[in-house]
Ligand binder design. Structure first.
Ligand SMILES: CCC(=O)SCCNC(=O)CCNC(=O)[C@H](O)C(C)(C)COP(=O)(O)OP(=O)(O)OC[C@H]1O[C@@H](n2cnc3c(N)ncnc32)[C@H](O)[C@@H]1OP(=O)(O)O
Ligand SMILES: NC(=O)c1ccc[n+]([C@@H]2O[C@H](COP(=O)([O-])OP(=O)(O)OC[C@H]3O[C@@H](n4cnc5c(N)ncnc54)[C@H](O)[C@@H]3O)[C@@H](O)[C@H]2O)c1
Length: 327
């Protein structure tokens, strides 16, 4: 038997409980994993609270990330004892996820734990941090360099935002952090932000083109914040859009794209091919100081994860939750 969080469909929505499950109930897969840690991401908040149709099949064990030890494998790349990391691939949405002591899934979805990180640190990073690395990769590949000007990170105290600030600082960028929690200015400056900006400055409808400010942007908010970020991006700059914390709408005009050659770079972590994942994890190993993770991550037990997931929906989360599934 093992413990797992389970989302069941009910007549009036869904019920989320901590349950004891039999190993025989695990889904199909060629690798069985003893999970050590999982995490909570905004998406797990959506799934566990039922705020958005993230879960595509019931009953569902949520959790889009996990790290653990291979218990059994018939996959050529993995053997018992390997330490592996899983991010995305629809796990926690259509296939049972990481908020459990056991998991069975496809070996093709796994990457090795980078030697730079402990299992807990890998989950302090999680999908949020790996997505931050994908965003930075996209900006760098577009040609955004520190000499071209400041880079803006929106939703900066969140999981994606915190890791993006830390990586960009390490790469030599001057980072502006947009946040609704200006009381967390010291946290953001500790991670490497040069300037802290109140979210209110960018959260309402703005003009189609605004004063050029940013060489690049990592946006986790969507909606008006993303529209304003595009309108403030400098000639030839780029905006990596990965989130919808403000909203999934995009109330923008084409002006930044056709008059300033601004690029809107879409970032998806879930189905990203393996080569891009490995590159992002390499960047994290090289360009994210593991001590930054001490400031970013806090550990909770599996039983605490259900309540903590609700905090994402009110925007009150700072940094990352690491879930110790055996605590
Ligand atoms: C870590 C990544 C993140 O944090 S991403 C942020 C969290 N994700 C979300 O909030 C998305 C939740 N989903 C939704 O709100 C809805 O499914 C949206 C996308 C608005 C579409 O709704 P609706 O118009 O009712 O149609 P539908 O659900 O039947 O889907 C239409 C087609 O789109 C597809 N789709 C759905 N969800 C996903 C997904 N997550 N990834 C990729 N594709 C998706 C559906 O399969 C469907 O396509 P098809 O008809 O099956 O070919
Ligand atoms: N595209 C992908 O593959 C991918 C991967 C990871 C996360 N995401 C998305 O990125 C976003 C951030 O994820 P996270 O795990 O860091 O979540 P998080 O909750 O840790 O961070 C979200 C941040 O946005 C802030 N915020 C809330 N409401 C806002 C508003 N109205 N305007 C501006 N900021 C607001 C919050 O205060 C918080 O700092 C989410 O929308 C998530 O779905 C997408």
């Amino acid at each position: 038997m093992f413990s797992a969080i389970m989302i069941d469909k009910t007549d009036d929505g869904q019920a989320v409980t901590l349950q004891q499950l039999d190993e025989g109930s695990l889904p199909e897969g060629d690798v069985t994993i003893d999970v050590a840690y999982s995490t909570l991401n905004y998406k797990d908040g959506l799934a566990i609270t039922g705020s958005s149709p993230v879960v595509r099949k019931f009953p569902m064990v949520p959790g889009i990330d996990l790290v653990g030890t291979v218990a059994e494998s018939s996959h050529a790349d993995w053997k018992a004892g390997d330490t592996v990391v899983l991010n995305g691939w629809g796990v926690g949405e259509g296939h049972w996820g990481g908020l459990a002591q056991k998991s069975r899934l496809k070996g093709d979805w796994l990457v090795p734990l980078p030697t730079a990180f402990t299992p807990a640190q890998a989950m302090a990073i999680g999908t949020a941090g790996y997505t931050a690395a994908l965003c930075v990769d996209a900006l760098v590949d577009w040609g955004v360099t520190p000499d071209k000007g400041e880079v803006l990170v929106t939703g900066a105290t969140g999981g994606v935002g915190s890791v993006a600030v830390a990586i960009l600082k390490k790469l030599g960028f001057s980072v502006a952090a947009l946040t609704g929690k200006t009381s967390e200015a010291d946290y953001l400056k500790g991670l490497g932000a040069q300037t802290v900006i109140d979210r209110a400055e960018m959260s309402a409808k703005g003009k189609p083109l605004q004063k050029e400010r940013w060489a690049g942007v990592v946006d986790t908010a969507g909606s008006f914040t993303l529209a304003n970020a595009c309108a403030q991006t400098r000639y030839g700059g780029a905006v990596a859009a990965c989130g919808l914390a403000q909203g999934m709408d995009l109330p923008a005009t084409v002006m930044p794209f056709i008059l300033r050659g601004v690029a809107l770079l879409g970032i998806d972590s879930v189905m990203a091919p393996k080569a891009r994942r490995l590159k992002a994890w390499d960047r994290l190993a090289k360009d994210l100081n593991p001590t930054a993770l001490d400031a970013i991550g806090q550990t909770i037990g599996l039983g605490e994860a259900i309540e903590a997931a609700g905090r994402f929906m009110s925007g009150e989360v700072k940094g990352r939750y690491i879930v110790d599934v055996n605590a």
